[in-house]
Write a protein that binds this ligand. Sequence first.
Ligand SMILES: NC(=O)c1ccc[n+]([C@@H]2O[C@H](COP(=O)([O-])OP(=O)(O)OC[C@H]3O[C@@H](n4cnc5c(N)ncnc54)[C@H](OP(=O)(O)O)[C@@H]3O)[C@@H](O)[C@H]2O)c1
Length: 275
Amino acid sequence: MTGNSTLGIIGYGNMGSALGERWRSRSRIKVFEKDASRIAALAPETVAATLDALCAEAQTLILAVKPQDLDSVLTRIKGSVGHALVVSIAAGIPTAYLEKRLGPVRVVRAMPNLAVRVGKGTIALCKGAYARENDVAFMQELFALLGRTLVIEERLMDAVTAVSGSGPGFFFELVQQMPDAEWDAFARNSFIPSLTVCAQKAGFSAEQAGLLAAATAEGSIGLLRQTGMPAAALRDQVTSRGGTTEAGLKALRENGRLEEAVKAAVKRAGELART
Ligand SMILES: NC(=O)c1ccc[n+]([C@@H]2O[C@H](COP(=O)([O-])OP(=O)(O)OC[C@H]3O[C@@H](n4cnc5c(N)ncnc54)[C@H](OP(=O)(O)O)[C@@H]3O)[C@@H](O)[C@H]2O)c1
């Protein structure tokens, strides 16, 4: 699949490390991370000393830093991206923004969710103006190692952020008082049908909506079972201050309806998107 190509991961935090851990069984990875404690356990040959060294070696660059750290990374790599494929997982950063900052480079944008950590993620992908179809296919194959993938139009990225990105947070909120034995039936009979309707209202086809809702529920249950963490603790992990999940949870607590939660999260994603 990936031949001799090297995947360069910039930022090895929650997401970067979840991706790297899965991908390194199939591909050569190289990591640049500014916090030394996050890469202490990696083999030295996996670590790049500088961003320039990473860019010189990698044919694919994965941008896995927080959105607020992205601009400094873009400034640093602008002259050395070369012909690399640039893949961003940063929430709310459109492909056009990356192309504006980096020039006419091939960009793929992806929105994973927390369940990639247990191999049950939902990952939506879209392509920038200069990327080729086979760039998307290449990344879809890689992300498939971490869960279910879906190629979407970029205009639906805010919606997918609300549905599959924040969806686990809503699931955890709703099941926090529920015994383990009831999670699957709740998902099947209530959460998946409701989230499917929400996703359709947010712009997805019936087929996409069904896939997103089922994968989001499956990933949420996978996280609960495989981590053994309480639902409330997992919910807090997916809830960044001022983010889409927080906005959705507020609406969910106010009126108890998943549809209102998704609507509020879509709205917040739109407010956060950078132009
Ligand atoms: N977490 C999720 O569930 C999730 C879901 C979907 C998308 N995303 C996206 O994934 C991206 C990463 O999120 P995360 O939760 O993995 O963040 P994170 O845990 O904070 O990881 C980011 C890492 O990048 C490092 N870093 C910052 N600036 C850097 C630089 N210039 N060069 C190299 N490394 C640098 C950070 O170091 P310091 O801590 O020292 O700054 C940190 O270790 C974000 O853009 C987010 O929108 C996350």
